[in-house]
Ligand binder design. Sequence first.
Ligand code: EPS
Length: 389
Amino acid sequence: MIKFTTAGESHGRALVATVEGLPAGMPVDLGFINNELERRQWGYGRGGRMKIEQDQVEILSGVRHGLTLGSPLALVIENKDWQNWTEVMAVEPRDIDPEKSRRLKRPRPGHADLAGGQKFDARDLRNVLERASARETAARVACGALAKQLLVAFGAEIRSHVVQLGGIPDVPLELSWDQLAAIPEDAPLRCADLKIQQRMIESIDQRREAGDTLGGIFEVVARGLLPGLGSHTAWDLKLDGRLAQAVMSIPAVKAVAIGAGTEASSLPGSEIHDEIAYNSETKEFIRETNRAGGLEGGVTNGEEVRIRGYMKPLSTLRRPLRSVDIDTKQDEPAGFERSDITAVPAAGVVAESMVALVLASAMKDKFGGDSLGEMKRNFEGYREQLRGY
Ligand code: EPS
């Protein structure tokens, strides 16, 4: 199993992460990790903070001369904005002028502020905001970039794209791997259809003017996976469940769908299940359709894994919603500092990382091994087994 933990506050000194379970001897490309971090920062509709941060990872342990050692990796990503928050976010006790304390006491509807404050008995909701902030996802992307490097060693790749933003288009886009592979990295919204992307941009501009925010749907696609990852034998081993949890854990994601997703509940079985065929040349069982999204019974079936995340609009609104001051209990507008208008393309990149971590973990469960070489031998042995099946 591959385990990772992140720590760090949005305006604290740094984000940190540890990753355990990667096999020894796996190449680690720092440039690749940093490129993934840059991809997450990209996207039309981001706010002022993204002009301050230039996320770069530093690896403190677990890698020597470009290869993993099999020991835990420790990662650090500096928060450049911390320079502006050294007093407010100081580790040592401080007596700060209440005017300068940046205390939050008017919780934002939709954010973790109020529920988290009640839970932790925090009278300054900043104590909740700082960790609930999606800033934390930068650390996940650094971990996910390592998982991607493991998957690449086994011929698997992962991409994401935006299929709907703020309800545009009416019906979410459905694209082949080749179509989404053709999306340029600098596409403002990681959307394959230029006309639709332009309409999305206009909608973001309108919402910005209105002091509002927008959600949307992203899709993650993973291909090159053998059948047999995950397991039908126990609820917590089912890969669809593990993927759903991983994607649902991304801030603002309110629903997750695999393959045809919710449509599968309204169509008859004859229109949903993917009929099975056999390719005698490649000696592979195949499906001509992929409404199952690459997963049957919680196990990969060799088709592309397709998973969608439905993201609600961000809960920090320049034109704030009604809230209540936690001191006075009087109606007050919710707090506002600065915010993104939308972050759906960024959430797609975070979801790629989360999916990569779950898939890499499932690969490790199936093929085991302490070194990459051992894992590859086990993988090849299984591939041989499949050819003879
Ligand atoms: C976020 C609010 C904004 C976003 C932040 C997530 O930060 P700030 O409050 O500093 O303006 O920019 O996202 C990131 C910093 C990031 O790296 O993605 C929030 O409240 O969730």
